[in-house]
Design a protein around this ligand. Structure first.
Ligand code: ADP
Length: 453
């Protein structure tokens, strides 16, 4: 039989038995009043014992682990047990939900690219995410409840935290002296603080580069402008002979040409930065590009050098034609400008076994000392400023070459030795090289002997 029915039946049976026993005892004593009183007392005692047993069970359940079941009961106790269990279950459910929400919230903060650190009223660490721990050199577990000012050795941060005026963020030096953090403190709750930190090293570097760039451009433009202003003044104030006038005009033209080239290079750089990545379906015959570059190189050299270009290059390159022309053209232009009269400039094309292709511009000119090599592609970096300017250089050529190659998924390699010459190498990835008219990328033109003249 079901225990839901069994228990009340047993309880009633016990009461009935008790009442019967009481009644029997009363009858034995021989008076009907005694019989009724003894029967009623027996029922009250039995019901009292039943209540005490259930109350004890309830107390034990309240004290015990939550997993313990209350079990069944009858009458009022059944209702009490049911409601107590239901209330507890709903509280546990709410607690679980809150825990879940809290852990999701903390995971979201944990995933933040910025540092988040919570301090109590005494500046003791309550919680911090990994980024914050990294910024301040903390241990996420070990340093909890430690006072932050005892752990963080950043005088500017400590002064800011203790200063109490947090309307603006403060920029402090990171753990690595070359890095910078922007830190902001906000108050919350009762005297608690949240410390937000952001790594702004790259941003500061970018701002410094922009400042340098503007200063360099201004300087580069001011120089020819000053020269031009001087010539204009001369022409206004001095009676010049026709020969002198022609000479001054020539010098003025040279200065305006210089500004022209500078502005053109600046525009090229700006375009490179703002354009989408070159597509892989615009193929250009390298032979045709090299012919145009050879013609320009010969004009610039004016017979002072021996220029050697590959005779036949049966290859196509994918990318932006004007950019590839500009990259190779800059290298040939430099080779001519930095190679003394009588020197040799050689352009060659090789497809490596891996499928990458190299376009090499080699000269036997003045060469470059090793310490300058890492900085050559910086904007306006020149090894010899006066030689660069004398030969019409802007200091932007190699920056353009590097940019073009990066956009095409390739790179620029340089080898050089002072007094012996230089070799500038453009490395094109295999996906951008194919045989003329071919369908597949360079896999089919792998041939280390492909071109060298
Ligand atoms: P520039 O307009 O001054 O030539 P680039 O960016 O083209 O600027 O080159 C940067 C510097 O690298 C040059 O100023 C020059 O000192 C050096 N350089 C570039 N190419 C050569 C080369 N072929 N031989 C020697 N030095 C070179």
């Amino acid at each position: 039989m079901n225990s839901t029915w069994l228990r009340p039946l047993l309880a009633w049976a016990a009461c009935a038995t008790g009442a019967g026993a009481g009644y029997g005892l009363g009858a034995w004593l021989g008076h009907p009043l005694w019989m009724a009183a003894a029967g009623a007392s027996a029922v009250v005692i039995l019901l009292g014992a039943y209540d005490v047993a259930h109350a004890y069970r309830f107390l034990r359940w309240l004290r015990g682990p939550r997993a313990l079941e209350l079990g069944d009961a009858t009458g009022l106790w059944s209702e009490v047990f049911f409601r107590a269990e239901r209330t507890l279950k709903s509280l546990e459910h709410e607690l679980l939900q809150e825990r879940e929400q809290r852990s999701q919230f903390l995971s979201a903060i944990e995933a933040s690219p910025n540092g988040v650190l919570l301090l109590d009223e005494s500046d003791q660490i309550e919680w911090c995410n990994r980024v914050s721990a990294e910024h301040f050199g903390l241990d996420v577990q070990r340093d909890i409840l430690q006072r932050i000012t005892n752990l963080v050795r950043m005088p500017a941060f400590v002064a800011y935290l203790q200063g109490g005026s947090w309307s603006e963020p403060v920029v402090v030096e990171g753990r690595d002296p070359a890095s910078a953090l922007s830190v902001l403190v906000r108050r919350y709750g009762q005297g608690r603080k949240i410390v937000l930190s952001m790594d702004i090293t790259e941003r500061q570097r970018g701002e410094a580069m922009r400042r340098d760039f503007v200063a360099n451009v201004s300087h580069e433009i001011r120089t020819p402008l000053t020269v031009l202003a001087g010539f204009i003044e001369t022409m206004e104030n001095l009676p010049l002979t026709e020969t002198e006038r022609q000479r001054v005009l020539l010098l003025m033209r040279q200065q305006t040409d210089r500004m022209h080239v500078l502005v053109a290079d600046l525009l090229t750089l700006a375009q490179l930065e703002g354009s989408p990545r070159p597509s892989l379906d615009q193929w250009h015959r390298l032979a045709a590009l090299l012919q145009r570059i050879e013609a320009d190189g010969c004009t610039l050299s004016a017979g002072r050098h021996t220029l050697v270009f590959p005779v036949d290059v049966p290859v196509e390159v994918a990318g932006v034609e004007a950019e590839i022309l500009s990259a190779v053209g800059n290298l040939v232009n430099n080779a001519v400008r930095y190679t003394p009269t009588g020197g040799r400039i050689e352009v060659s094309w090789v497809v490596r076994n891996g499928g990458d292709a190299l376009l090499e511009v080699r000269d036997n000119g003045i060469g470059i000392a090793r310490e300058h090599l890492p900085r050559l592609t910086e904007r306006f970096y020149r090894v010899d400023g006066s030689r660069s300017r004398e030969t019409g250089g802007t200091g932007l050529g190699l920056a353009i070459v590097k940019h073009v190659m990066q956009r095409h998924g390739g790179e620029l390699e340089v080898e050089s030795e002072p007094g012996r010459g230089s070799c500038f190498r453009l490395v094109f990835p295999s996906a951008r090289v194919r045989p003329v008219g071919g369908l597949n990328p360079a896999a089919s033109v792998v041939d280390d002997t492909a071109t060298a003249p």
